[in-house]
Write a protein that binds this ligand. Structure first.
Ligand code: S3P
Length: 172
């Protein structure tokens, strides 16, 4: 990897950030950080338990602290939680240490990818396309304005998505 800086993958739950991060870090030969996983390890409990025990704000505070800590890193691929763009300052922290890549997908695609999971407290009681479309719409401007690069993932496989990211990231 010759180009410097971290790569932050953002996007709605189920956009494919974790899957893409795995392949992208393999191809670039760099470290990968799964932010949700990091938080689970730091707190010693699943995300759903962090939400139910301490509330969403507490979880968002840990997310923000992780992004500050990433200033010490270089050349890592970070798969962020879907809500990382909610706080304006998080976007600033990501831009200070790297490039933000948005993975987008339609609500229907997202639903197909997340419907059998119960690990996302935000969706647990609202597992349907309408809720996903509505929340996605509420977050749309935040995702778009944060992104340095936007990749549409509908009908693309992970190799095609990584090809596109690498090509555009190297030019950015
Ligand atoms: C969230 C997305 C989740 C996780 C938490 C909240 C969100 O991450 O951080 O459940 O608000 O969109 P994934 O996008 O990896 O599912």
């Amino acid at each position: 990897m010759t180009k410097q800086g971290n790569i932050f993958l953002i996007g709605f739950m189920g956009a494919g950030k974790s899957t893409v991060a795995k392949e992208l870090s393999r191809r670039l030969g760099c470290e990968r950080i799964e932010m949700d996983q990091l938080i689970v390890e730091k707190k010693g409990m699943p995300i759903s338990e962090i939400f139910s025990t301490y509330g969403e704000d507490y979880f968002r505070d840990i997310e923000t602290q992780c992004l500050i800590d990433f200033h010490k890193k270089n050349n890592v691929v970070v798969s962020c939680g879907g809500g990382v763009v909610i706080r304006e300052k998080n976007i600033k922290y990501m831009k200070e240490s790297g490039c933000i890549v948005l993975l987008s997908a339609t609500p229907e695609t997202i639903y197909e990818r997340v419907k059998d999971s119960d690990e996302r407290p935000i969706l647990n009681d609202h597992m349907n396309v309408e809720f996903i479309a509505d929340l996605m719409e509420k977050r749309r401007n935040k995702y778009i304005s944060a992104a340095d690069i936007v990749i549409d993932t509908d009908k693309k496989n992970v190799d095609e998505i990584c090809d596109e990211i690498i090509e555009r990231w190297e030019r950015a």
